[in-house]
Ligand binder design. Structure first.
Ligand code: C2E
Ligand code: CA
Ligand code: CA
Ligand code: CA
Length: 275
């Protein structure tokens, strides 16, 4: 029995060492990607009710030294813990603004919007407002084309600070979307106080909408809330024509999902969608 205990301890400490080593390796890869050119933005189209592409969400990808792609789900949490999300987020902001500028220079793409994801830790950096203002100025974009997606976790502690900061950024012309709506815990009174322009229905509700009446009810409730608060709504994760139909029937305004296009590097971005 004594031996069993010792083996168990050895087993656990080996497992923990493996976890620590994997995290350390991932952190090194992120640092290398920052120093080299390891990050890419992929662009996923957003469509209006008539099927026209009105813009895109920029989604980050990381490539390690052998060109293997690391998905953001795998590295964003560690980037947040280590603070690397701050320089990574600055790179996203700069790169997205440069792309938006390229779109705004061409008549065919001048009206497109570009959404970027900003993590709570990045948003609450003391100089974040200044960074956004500087990126807008440097790229010479019309700021109305830029949208910042935040999740409910952005409200850390007191809501006043978050509201004030959002207002400062909105004064620059930038708009805000509340990402993953319905998955968090924030109350409707919060939602009313935060100056969002858009709500994004989380893909879990869209996915389960047809087979699960509670998801369908949630989608309908979100659409009703956004109408009464005068917020634009985007449904995420639309994969099937049936989901699209149902969302259209319920009055959803904007759509994003594999049905219309996966996130792609800018070289593969096309404005025209197959009918
Ligand atoms: P998110 O912001 O909720 O982004 C939507 C995710 O759903 C993306 O995953 C997208 O590729 C995926 N998706 C889009 N359409 C469909 C669909 O029809 N079906 C399914 N199953 N999935 C779909 P991705 O690109 O792996 O990003 C995961 C998360 O990583 C994002 O979730 C976001 O929270 C975070 N992230 C991505 N880029 C950035 C970034 O630049 N900065 C920060 N802070 N976070 C980012
Ligand atoms: Ca998002
Ligand atoms: Ca989302
Ligand atoms: Ca998400």
């Amino acid at each position: 029995a004594k031996d069993d205990g010792r083996n168990l301890i050895r087993f656990f400490s080996a497992a923990m060492q493996a976890v620590v080593a994997a995290r350390a390796e991932l952190e090194l890869k992120l640092r290398a990607a920052l120093a080299g050119n390891g990050f890419r933005l992929y662009y996923q189209p957003q469509l209006d009710r008539s099927g026209r592409v009105i813009g895109a969400e920029a989604l980050i990808r990381c490539f390690d030294a052998d060109g293997t792609m690391i998905s953001p789900a795998a590295f964003i949490p560690l980037a947040e813990e280590t603070g690397l999300i701050v320089p990574i987020g600055e790179w996203v902001l700069e790169t997205a603004c440069a792309q938006l500028r390229a779109w705004q220079r061409e008549p065919a793409t001048a009206g497109l919007t570009l959404s970027i994801n900003v993590s709570a830790r990045q948003f609450h950096q003391p100089d974040f407002v200044g960074k956004v203002a500087a990126a807008i100025e440097r790229s010479r974009i019309r700021a109305g084309g830029l949208k910042i997606e935040l999740t409910e976790s952005v409200v850390l502690g007191d809501i006043e600070t978050t509201v004030l900061r959002m207002r400062q950024i909105k004064a620059l012309g930038v708009r805000f979307a509340l990402d993953d709506f319905g998955t968090g815990y924030s109350s409707l009174s919060y939602l009313k106080r935060l100056p969002f322009d858009q709500l994004k229905i989380d893909q879990v509700f869209v996915r389960d909408m047809e087979k699960d009446t509670s998801s369908e009810a949630i989608v309908r409730a979100i659409l009703a809330i956004s109408r009464s608060l005068d917020l634009e709504v985007v449904a995420e994760g639309v994969e099937t024509a049936a989901q699209h139909e149902l969302l259209l029937t319920r009055g959803c305004e904007l759509f994003q999902g594999y049905l219309f296009g996966r996130p792609v590097p800018i070289e593969d971005w096309k404005l025209e969608r197959p009918p």
